[in-house]
Design a protein around this ligand. Structure first.
Ligand code: UT7
Length: 320
């Protein structure tokens, strides 16, 4: 019997309307548009309105992904929502999305692995489908990071933005077409370099804190490691991968990864200049934009790579 695999059947994304440009941040902290662009590549980011919730953005992205996949919401078996900034802890945001979409038979829960969250959720959804436990799963990455930003901290407030991206995962008709492999891991011993402990009983800070340099070093080491492991295990050359969709954290991280792998930066699509770092949402937003722009051709190989708080990291190899 041929082994089952999963495939991405549709994509969607949602971004708040409000654009926050670097020059506006110059008024908040000691920084400059030139510094932000040079050190990160970011020009502007989207900021959710006070009452615009993570679940609302997630539901819009999810609805678009279902329309793209031509799958009715009632057919969904699961909704997995990756976020570290949920609208509420209970009910979870996936349940809020379920209600908004009318996905009455779906099992719904949130996953928190910060910027790797979407990749971990995708891996879980893939496992459900391969085991035969599900046929259709909506996987969403959605964040409202502006609500946990210390707008006096120039080390973080320049970087992040809000948004949501989603994919519908379904059963593939061929095991060589669709999701092929994952490489992922975690290292809790370095968790302090990127943290948000406002919800714990022992602390009253509710802001995201980051040791930017440590995260930077971790990313440029770990992402090439994952990519090399995936390509080697699947007997592929780095050049045979058509696109590398990396978590949109910093243009210099993407450039360093491309350089370490001796690859052209053209293979690394980027939208961080417009949206900044949207954590769990960044890869599915980028995937949706690339898909809708028509750059992916059937059978092309992609690698998606996320990395971030936890520390966590995850990559996926797929054939489009
Ligand atoms: O989603 C995953 C999580 N996050 C990331 O992947 C972020 C990874 N890290 C980064 O993107 C970068 O480390 C940052 C963008 C956060 C910082 O860039 P950097 O090149 O690592 O800057 P730095 O911390 O080494 O600081 C260099 C200089 C320092 O000044 P001195 O000591 O050289 O005089 C900083 O005080 O730049 C200064 N600086 C700034 N200047 C203007 C730091 N932040 C700013 C700022 N504006 N916003």
């Amino acid at each position: 019997m041929e082994q089952l695999t999963s495939k991405i059947m549709g994509t969607g994304s949602a971004l708040p309307e409000r654009v926050l440009k670097n020059i506006e941040i110059e008024k908040l902290v000691d920084t400059s548009d030139a510094w932000i662009q040079e050190r990160t590549g970011i020009v502007e980011r989207r900021i959710a309105k006070e009452k615009e919730s993570t679940a609302e953005l997630a539901a819009i992205a999810g609805k678009k992904a279902l329309e793209d996949a031509k799958i009715p919401a009632e057919n969904l078996d699961f909704i997995l929502l990756a976020t570290f900034t949920p609208s509420s802890f209970m009910p979870n945001d996936a349940c809020l999305v379920q209600t908004a979409l009318g996905a009455s038979k779906a099992v719904c829960f949130d996953i928190n692995a910060a910027c790797s969250g979407f990749l971990f959720a995708l891996q879980m959804a893939h496992a459900y489908i391969c085991s035969g436990m599900a046929r259709y799963i909506l996987v969403i990455g959605a964040e409202n990071i502006s609500k946990v930003i210390d707008w006096n901290d120039r080390g973080t407030c320049i970087l992040f933005g809000d948004g949501a991206g989603a994919v519908v995962l379904g059963v593939s008709d061929s095991c060589s077409h669709g999701i092929l492999d994952f490489e992922s891991g975690s290292d809790g011993s370095h968790g302090k370099v990127l943290s948000l402990d406002g919800y714990s009983e022992s602390s009253h800070t509710k802001f995201l804190r980051m040791d930017g340099q440590e995260v930077f070093k971790f990313a440029v080491r770990k992402v090439p490691e994952m990519i090399l492991a995936l390509t080697k295990r699947n007997h592929l050359l780095l050049e045979e991968i058509d696109y590398y969709l990396l978590h949109q954290a910093n243009k210099r991280i993407l450039s360093s990864v491309a350089k370490r792998l001796s690859l052209s930066l053209d293979k690394f699509p980027m939208n961080l200049n417009y949206y900044g770092n949207t954590s769990a949402a960044s890869i599915p937003i980028l995937l949706d934009e690339c898909h809708r722009s028509g750059i992916f051709l059937e059978g092309q190989k992609l690698i998606l790579s996320g990395f971030g708080g936890g520390l966590t990291w995850g990559s996926c190899l797929l054939s489009w």
